[in-house]
Structures are given as C-alpha cells and as structure tokens.
Ligand binder design. Structure first.
Ligand code: HPA
Length: 262
C-alpha cells in the first residue's frame, strides 16, 4: 500500500479534512523529528502528516532536524512526500498567493546536516539532476487542473539558510542565477528524501515579493496572512492529489541508490 507523507510549512500545522487515526512518536538515529506524526486518511489514501516547524511553530528553519523528519517518514513506511512551504517570489509576474510546483533547486544553505551517508555504509553520491519526483509533480499539476486552480509548472527554488530574510542584492543575484522563488526549508529535505528513495515534490506558496522586488518592508505578518489565505486551496489540491496518486511508482526515485555507491 502506498503511503504518502505531507510536510506542513508556516501556517499549516494540521490538515483540515484529514480523518485522524493515530499519532506516532518516532525515534531515529539522528535525533528527534519536529513532533509526532499524524496518521490518517484523506481522499481514500493513507496520509502521514508532520508540521516541520512543530505544532506551535517553535522550530526555526535552521534548527529543524531535517534528517530525523525524513528518516521518521521512511520508518513509518512512507514512499512519497508532498512538501508545503512558504516562499518569496523572485521571478517577474509571481505574486502572493501563487502556487509553484518547482522543477529545479539551487542550494545556498551552508551549515545543515544534509546527508544520511557519512561513510560508515559506503560512500554515496545520489543523482540529483532532477531534484523533484517527475511523477509526483505530474500528479500535482493534474490535480490542479481538475480543481481549476492555476499552478505554475516549473521554477527554480533557491534554498537559503535563514532565519533572516535576504538582502535586495542577494535576491537580485539569485534572479540572475535563474532563481524564481526563495525559501528556507526545501533543502536538504529534497535530497534527504532522494537518499532514502522516497519521491518528493514541493508545493510552494508565494507568500510575499522577495526582498527588493517590491518597495515595501517584508513582514512576517504578510507571510502568515498569505499562507492562511491559501489553506483552503491547498487542502483541495491535496485531496485531489491523493485520489490521483498511482499505487505503483514508475519514476526513477525507487532506484536512487542503485549505481550511487562507490
Ligand atoms: N525569503 C525566504 N524565505 C521565505 C520568504 C522569503 O522572502 N518568504 C517566505 N519564506
């Protein structure tokens, strides 16, 4: 049976409409996940939910135990993860409330534990040419069409350390590098999932114009407000996505470790 994990970002600490069956506390060799995993059902599928910042939003992005979170999902039998996050919009035309299904990543994080493989079990180099699961992305885009919600197909997610927001010059340079959106949590989540052969795709909600794109000062209040406004849309998108996810995985993700070991 296919089990799908959902990681909730800022403003999303529960999934409305999830029929809750149990709460699971999971221990991992990498320490504690962000909290208990909520196990439930939605759209006929088995869903496991984890709010990455904790239920009370008390874990900042640079303090999240990304390895424990992803390991915990694997331990619970999850083979696909949908990750919801707030981002700043860099690309011209993107505005608060837009939803982007990214297809590329530029990783600007510097001091995060970003691999499960530290030499004990051999040296591993996963292929990350395509950082998001192509099958899961396609399902998300189809679900968007079905519920008549516009999703931006593709875009480059720039992952930053945080917790501070960026300077105007940083955002300008990210734009020149080809970045479309900027967020603090997409990495190392995506590569850790790949290292455990879990499919991973992101649902990025543009919460604000990135620094210097608009003249206004950035506030946390506007980020939270935009995320709150999009919760109903996200819920409908998730529900439709769950009904469309195929049982069998036909993407390359289940074989990510094949030919990755020295
Ligand atoms: N920058 C980085 N992370 C973010 C932003 C931003 O502008 N908005 C929401 N998360």
């Amino acid at each position: 049976m296919s089990k799908t994990g959902v990681i909730g970002g800022s403003g999303l600490y529960e999934i409305k409409g999830l029929t809750l069956k149990s709460r699971k506390k999971v221990s991992t060799p990498f320490g504690k996940p962000s909290g208990q995993y909520l196990v439930g059902a939605m759209g006929g599928a088995e869903i496991i939910f984890l709010p990455r910042h904790g239920r009370r939003h008390d874990i900042p992005p640079h303090m999240i135990n990304y390895r424990a979170n992803i390991w915990g999902f694997k331990k619970l039998g999850v083979n696909r993860i949908l990750s919801i996050s707030a981002v700043g919009g860099i690309k011209k035309g993107l505005k608060p409330g837009d939803i982007v299904i990214s297809d590329q990543v530029i990783d600007m994080t510097k001091q995060r534990a970003s691999t499960f493989y530290e030499g004990k079990d051999g040296v591993i180099h996963i292929d990350f040419t395509e950082p998001f699961c192509p099958e899961l992305r396609k399902v998300l885009l189809k679900a968007g069409k079905r519920i008549k919600t516009t999703l931006k197909n593709g875009g480059t997610y720039v992952a930053v350390e945080g917790p501070r927001l960026e300077t105007a010059a940083e955002i300008k340079s990210f734009g020149l590098l080809g970045g479309d959106i900027v967020g603090m949590t997409g990495m190392p989540e995506a590569s850790l999932a790949r290292e455990l052969e879990i499919c991973y795709a992101g649902i990025s909600v543009v919460a604000n114009y990135a620094a210097g794109i608009s003249r206004r000062k950035l506030t946390v209040a506007e980020v939270m407000e935009a995320m709150k406004d999009s919760t109903e849309k996200i819920k409908r998108l998730l529900k439709e996505t769950f009904t469309l996810i195929p049982q069998q995985r036909k993407c390359p993700c289940p074989e990510a470790l094949k030919e990755a070991k020295i």
